[in-house]
Each structure stands twice: as structure tokens, then as C-alpha cells.
Write a protein that binds this ligand. Structure first.
Ligand SMILES: Nc1ncnc2c1ncn2[C@@H]1O[C@H](COP(=O)(O)OP(=O)(O)O)[C@@H](O)[C@H]1O
Ligand SMILES: [Mg+2]
Length: 227
């Protein structure tokens, strides 16, 4: 089992009120799972992803990665787990403008466990071949289409050979062909034993999943804190 979340809730204090962004969610993610998270805007999808990936803390509840808590101090080095075992794709591709495509993928190696430069270049160019950008490795992001940029991000997400890929509306800014391309590659990763946790609004994406979580209401339901 890669991930096990137990009764995770997250609330924010906002101007004397409590926003319940997420309430009592439990789930498990095993290797080769493709978990799809849906729900209306504001239902807590991004909050959930941020907690599952150790970026944000739950107010109550816990998340275990391979049996160890991400949040009980001293159990895991969360920054290291995020860097070496998790990959990330967001709706908008974040690339560094003055670095080449290859250098942008190699950013995955700027932190965490040291990998020899030759090996970094080998892995990055292999991944860029895999995502179909083998002939663009020396280009700069501004010269790429949106779909190409998202493929660079995808290659970077895979660079550390992660167990889990977290994707928050990864096809939200793409046209149909580019969406299919990214979804197909995510699916392919699950066949190789990785897990994918993906937030999506798109009906076409649903068929790629092996399990589903639907967050029901918009959590704008804000409650007054009395006293
Ligand atoms: N840092 C924050 N402070 C206060 N409220 C927040 C914060 N982040 C998210 N929220 C609130 O939590 C709820 C869920 O947000 P989010 O997880 O971004 O939803 P989704 O990704 O499903 O659109 C929303 O009502 C949002 O306004
Ligand atoms: Mg969101």
C-alpha cells in the first residue's frame, strides 16, 4: 500500500470564521491504482491533494506513506519523500523561462539525493523522448505550445521515478488531443506500477480511473465560530 488516509479533515480560520475545506476523508492508494477525484469547485479537491502529498497538514486525521505517517514528527522526512517518491503536475505548466527544456526536466535533481550529471542528462533526454519532445530538448519554454509545455512538466514529474503522481486538473488547459496524450501517458505509468491521484472535471478522463472519489458539496458552507 502506498498511501492510506484516515479521516482527514482540514479547516481554515478565516476572519473569525471556520472554513471546512475537507471533512473526514479516508482512502487508500495502492500500486497501479488510478484514483480520480471529482467534485464541484470549492469542494476541497486541491486541499485533499495537498494533504495526501504532504504539502499541507490535515487539521485532524493522518496520512501514511508506506505505513509511516507523513505528519507525526520524526516518522518520515516529508521533503525527501516529496522529492524522491512523488511527482506533480498542475493545471498550468510551471517552467523556468531562461532554462532549456532539458534543464527544466533536470530541475528535479537540484534537490534531494545526488545523481551524477551524466546520469541526469541520460534520464532526462530519455524521458523527453518518451513524451515525444526528443527533438526539442534545447528549446526554451516560450517557444513551446501549451501541450508541449505540459509534456515537459510530465517528464520532470517522472524524473525521480516516483511511486505516485499527483495531478491537479492536468488537462484543464489543454485541447482534446493533448489531453488524451497526457491521460494516456498517466495510464501507462500505472501499468508500470506507479499510482496516479488525479483531480479532474472532464468526463473524458473518467474512463482512465480504477477508483473514484467524489467530493460532494462546495465547502463554501462556512460556519460561524461562536464565542
Ligand atoms: N488557504 C486557505 N484559506 C482559507 N480557505 C481556503 C484556503 N484554501 C482553500 N480554502 C477554501 O477551502 C475550500 C476548498 O478549496 P479547494 O481545495 O481549493 O477546492 P477545489 O480544488 O475543489 O476547487 C474552498 O471553500 C476554499 O475557499
Ligand atoms: Mg482545485
Amino acid at each position: 500500500m502506498f498511501l492510506k488516509a484516515t479521516d482527514i479533515s482540514r479547516s481554515y480560520a478565516l476572519g473569525g470564521r471556520q472554513v471546512h475545506a475537507l471533512e473526514k476523508v479516508s482512502l487508500e492508494v495502492a500500486e497501479s491504482d488510478f484514483l480520480i477525484v471529482t467534485g464541484p469547485s470549492g469542494s476541497g479537491k486541491s486541499t485533499l491533494l495537498n494533504i495526501l502529498s504532504g504539502f499541507d497538514h490535515p487539521t485532524t486525521g493522518d496520512v501514511e506513506y508506506k505505513g509511516n505517517s507523513l505528519f507525526i514528527p520524526g516518522k518520515l522526512d516529508v521533503a525527501r519523500v516529496r522529492n524522491s517518491s512523488f511527482g506533480f503536475i498542475y493545471q498550468t505548466p510551471h517552467l523556468i523561462a531562461d532554462k532549456t527544456v532539458l534543464e527544466n526536466v533536470a530541475l528535479a535533481f537540484h534537490y534531494g539525493e545526488w545523481v551524477e550529471r551524466k546520469e541526469v542528462e541520460r534520464r532526462c533526454s530519455q524521458l523527453l523522448d518518451y513524451v515525444g519532445l526528443g527533438n526539442l530538448i534545447d528549446r526554451h519554454p516560450a517557444t513551446l505550445s501549451g501541450g508541449e509545455m505540459q509534456r515537459v512538466v510530465f517528464a520532470r514529474a517522472l524524473a525521480r521515478e516516483p511511486d505516485i503522481i499527483f495531478a491537479d486538473e492536468p488537462t484543464g488547459s489543454l485541447d482534446e488531443n493533448n489531453s488524451k496524450n497526457i491521460l494516456g501517458m498517466l495510464k501507462q505509468q500505472t501499468r508500470q506500477g506507479r499510482a496516479v491521484v488525479m483531480v479532474t472535471h472532464e468526463a473524458d478522463a473518467i474512463s482512465y480511473g480504477t477508483s473514484y472519489l467524489s467530493l460532494q458539496k462546495a465547502r463554501a458552507g462556512v460556519s460561524e465560530v461562536s464565542g
